[in-house]
Design a protein around this ligand. Sequence first.
Ligand SMILES: *Cc1c(COP(=O)(O)O)cnc(C)c1O
Length: 409
Amino acid sequence: MVGGCRFAPDELDYTCPQHGELGTLDIVYDYAALRARLDRDAISGCQIANHWRYLPLLPLVPDSQLPPLSVGWTPLYRAQRLAKKLGMQRIWVKDEGLNPTGSLKDRASSVVVARALQEAIAVVATASTGNAAAALAGVGAGLEQVEVVIFVPHDAPPAKIAQPLVYGAQVFLVEGSYDDAYELCTQACAEFGWYSRNTGVNPFTTEGKKTVALEIAEQLGWRAPDVVAVSVGDGSIISGIYKGFYDLLQLGWIDKLPRLLGVQAEGSAVLADAWRAGLAPAKITRRAVSTSADSIAAELPRDRSKAIRAVRASQGAFVTVSDAQIVETIPLLGRLCGVFAEPAAAAATAGVKQALAEGIIDPDAETCIVSTGNGLKDIARARESVAAARPIPVDIDVVRARLEEIGLL
Ligand SMILES: *Cc1c(COP(=O)(O)O)cnc(C)c1O
């Protein structure tokens, strides 16, 4: 899909040896052959209610063993009340928080573990701000052949540290940032010969994440919306979404690419800044970041080449939102859509509001918001976003008085 170096499927596991970390690989299919062999209506009629319904569009051997967790096929809600509130015509919300470990990362981990099973790889490791850790540990749980090793920053939200421990992974709490954990994990994989699920370098993660785009298109009746909004840290999800729509366009199953709106936190906006400045990915350098949306804190976004390409090639844009905008969006999604989002997930909706205000998207653009992770992942931020509930004595008169106070009686 882009020029440059080409390799046979089994030639490389990670990045292009000539281009290093910037040379992240795309898995390219024989689209003509797939077009001749596959039928989108057959997929629509298939009974598999998870992302394995797209197995023919994934780089896995058809009859290989698959990890047991049921990942994907999450609901796509028509969010009419939210659309009205934002002054838009049509908004869809894809609730990825309903994946088995509570985030979109399950998609990537599931395809990486399937690959590990296929290749008889015994140990898979990842660095993570928390969700990829939970996802890899959860997907690997229950599989005797696969051990999971996790590197997370010691200050990750408690739920994200508890999950991989409960799933039985080996967890290293790194005294440093996510990027420090990433470097350490990369070193450990090289030293001990483990398979790295690390975001960016492993092209199977992109292929897993692309299944969210396949689902959005299928759930809309094989059509792309005008805009897809998603929050961005390393840039791997947005790259996967681009790849999914790109594959479908090559197959002729959709007739356009949606514009991709990448949303970053103001305090962690390495990609948004690079995009605005027209900076080449090779010129992007690591810098300190700070945001309460921990899943999108990335000092050196690992999928920077693909993420910037995804936004450029789809004629999309990046926007940034403050932590205050993110936190106030959490109850908005809850109240208007029934979707409980963690801060990084709510950021996408805050970004749509921001993009409207900046005139980047039109109010009549059909927009799909990908809510990437579950609010239960970070209860502390959820509680900050709403007024606390006050305890009451067991007394009906107090209930009556309270109802009068708030005008419900
Ligand atoms: C990982 C993650 C993101 C960002 O994805 P990147 O691939 O790092 O850009 C956004 N939201 C949630 C909930 C995540 O877990």
